[in-house]
Every structure is written in C-alpha cells, then in structure tokens.
Design a binder for this molecule. Structure first.
Ligand code: HEM
Length: 302
C-alpha cells in the first residue's frame, strides 16, 4: 500500500512545532516575521537569456519588490541576533502583468532532505536538548547541515553585505528547449560582511531594517550555480561540489522603500513555487512543501 502525504496536515503540524522553536507570535508571519520592503529593478545579463526564456530574464529592466527579513517569529526580534536565518525575497513583475517569486536564505544548506525530516527536527528541538541529540544521532546529514549553518551564523553587517541561497534547485529552460538545473544565490555587489563581534551586544536592534533605507541603492547579483549531469536536484541539505560554475543572471537593485504593498489589508506572499515559463521547479520535496507552509502561514496571519 502506498502512503500519500497530506501536505496541508503536515504543513500545519510543522508550523505548530516551528512556532515553538522560532518564538512565533499569533497574527504575524509564523517565521520571517520582521522585515523591510523595498522597491527596485532587476536587469538580466545577456547570459541569462541563453539559459532561460523567462520574460524577466531577457534583458529589459523589470520592476521588483524586495523583502529582507529576519527568520525569527517575533516581530520585535533584534537584527543583531546570532544564528537567525535571514531572508531575501524578490517578487518580479512580468511584462504580461503576472509575477514570479524567489525567496532565498542566508543558510548554505537546509537542515532536512524532506518535509517529514524537517517536521522531525522541529519536533525534537521543541521537545528539548536530549530529544534533539537523539534525533541528530539518527540523522547525521542533518547534524552536518546544522554545523555548516552555525559556521555562518554571525549577524549581518547590513542587508547590502549579505548573501542568500535558494538551496532548492530549479530547472531553467531556454528558447530552444534546452534544460539546465540551477541553484540561485543573491551575492552582494559590495561583498559579504558580518557585524563585528564587539558590537553584538550594543548594536541598534533595528540596524538592518533601518540601515538599508539609508544605504540605497543596495545591489545584489542574481547568480545561478549550474548542476552537472548526475548532480542530485532533490535534496537541499547537500551542497553541490564547489567546482560547479556560477553564472551571473543579472543585477537586483533596491532603490528605495516600497510604498504600495502591505497597506489597507493587502497581503504580500513570496511563494517560491510561483514560477513562470522558462523556470520550472525541481522535484525537491521541500520546495513543493513550501507552497503549503506559506499558505498556512497566510491563513494564520490574516
Ligand atoms: C530552502 C528552504 C527555504 C528557504 C530558502 C526559505 C526562505 C524563506 C524566506 C526568504 C521567507 C520570507 C519571505 C518574505 O519575505 O515574504 C520565508 C518565509 C517563510 N518560511 Fe521559508 N524557506 C525555506 C523553507 C521553509 C520551510 C521548510 C518552512 C517550514 C516551516 C518554512 C517556513 C516559512 C514561513 C512560515 C514563512 C512565512 C510565510 C508568510 O507568511 O508569507 N520555510 N522563507
């Protein structure tokens, strides 16, 4: 007998556990609760259209809405917190009036290969240290992912000095129908920098959210790491070999605060499964699960 997963039920159960781990507050996003919204443009490089026929990747600038966020569930969390998975979500406006989203995180790899594993990790962490130790002994690849995450856990200096990774794989399809699996990264043009350790306790708790408004224009390159034949595309807990090449797909430029979204009851959701022709989802089960999780988070915050 095959078991069909009930994604909605698993999303609810996972968010119940995640709320405990991330300190969520009812009525707000369950995670990535504190954020800042900016507007700007994305301009693709000539290389981008050799890989994908996606409308926003053909070279003409398109309008974007960018949300930088802390990962925690508390809207008052400090921007100087250590080991918090920061986010950068970009909503691209397409020439036909549609939209497509990317939502990337500072984590280098995800601490689970499947939704069930992530639910297990959240449940263990919510239960306590002994349960977490037992869970990690039984799941060494998750223990390794958590170590890689912790190694990059220092608080960022500024949003424009922070790099973000998709971890999930996508498939790009060009005008000839050629296919290429990729993982995305937003790379800060000014380079990666962390908050110096001697400022962790004294930093303004809003130094990222307020700082970025004074630092615009803030620029990231959208990079794509190219998989080679045989690279797995379903497990975000494992990085691809370091020698896999990176291609520059274009410039993400934030130019000022967004003044339109999340007002008068407007609900902004950046759903990484909202793809467009020329960009397809891989079979990564975490990527598909994110749609159900974000929909449930919206139900809880609206
Ligand atoms: C590769 C894996 C993942 C990445 C890169 C990622 C990244 C992000 C980012 C950047 C945001 C902020 C979106 C915004 O600013 O609008 C976000 C939101 C969120 N993420 Fe994830 N995430 C991942 C997986 C997961 C998983 C497995 C869960 C399960 C608990 C989860 C739960 C959430 C929730 C609840 C939100 C808030 C959604 C909303 O209310 O709009 N994420 N994520």
């Amino acid at each position: 007998m095959t078991t069909v997963r009930d994604d909605t039920a698993l999303a609810k159960a996972t968010l119940d556990e995640t709320s405990g781990v991330m300190g969520s507050v009812p009525g707000h996003r369950v995670t990535h609760t504190k954020g800042v919204l900016l507007t700007g443009t994305f301009t693709a490089t000539p290389e981008a259209r050799t890989l994908t026929r996606a409308a926003h990747m053909q070279g003409d600038p398109v309008r974007i809405t960018v949300r930088f966020s802390n990962g925690a569930g508390n809207p008052r969390c400090s921007d100087a917190a250590v080991n918090d998975p920061r986010g950068m979500a970009v909503k691209f406006s397409l020439p036909d009036g549609g939209e497509t989203d990317l939502a990337l995180q500072t984590w280098p790899v995800f601490p689970a290969a499947t939704p069930e594993e992530f639910h297990g990790l959240m449940t263990a962490q919510n239960t306590g240290e002994a349960a977490t130790a037992t869970f990690l002994e039984a799941h060494p690849h998750i223990a390794a992912a958590l170590q890689a995450i912790e190694d990059l856990g220092d608080p960022p200096l500024a949003w424009g000095r922070t790099a973000f990774n998709s971890m999930n794989a996508y498939k790009l399809v060009n005008a000839d129908g050629d296919e290429q699996y990729v993982r995305f990264r937003f790379e800060p043009v000014d380079g990666v920098a962390f908050l110096p350790r001697d400022q962790w306790d004294t930093a303004d708790p809003d130094h990222l959210m307020n700082g970025v408004l004074e630092q615009v224009p803030v620029r990231h390159r959208l990079l794509a790491q190219l998989a080679q034949d045989g690279d797995q595309t379903v497990d975000p807990s494992r990085a691809w070999p370091e020698d896999r090449p990176w291609v520059d797909l274009g410039l993400v430029e934030c130019t000022g605060p967004d003044t339109e979204r999340e007002r008068d009851g407007d609900v902004l959701v950046n759903d990484p499964t909202r793809v467009t022709d020329g960009v397809e989802m891989s079979d990564d089960p975490i990527l598909h699960f994110r749609h159900h999780v974000y929909a449930e988070s919206v139900r809880r915050r609206t």
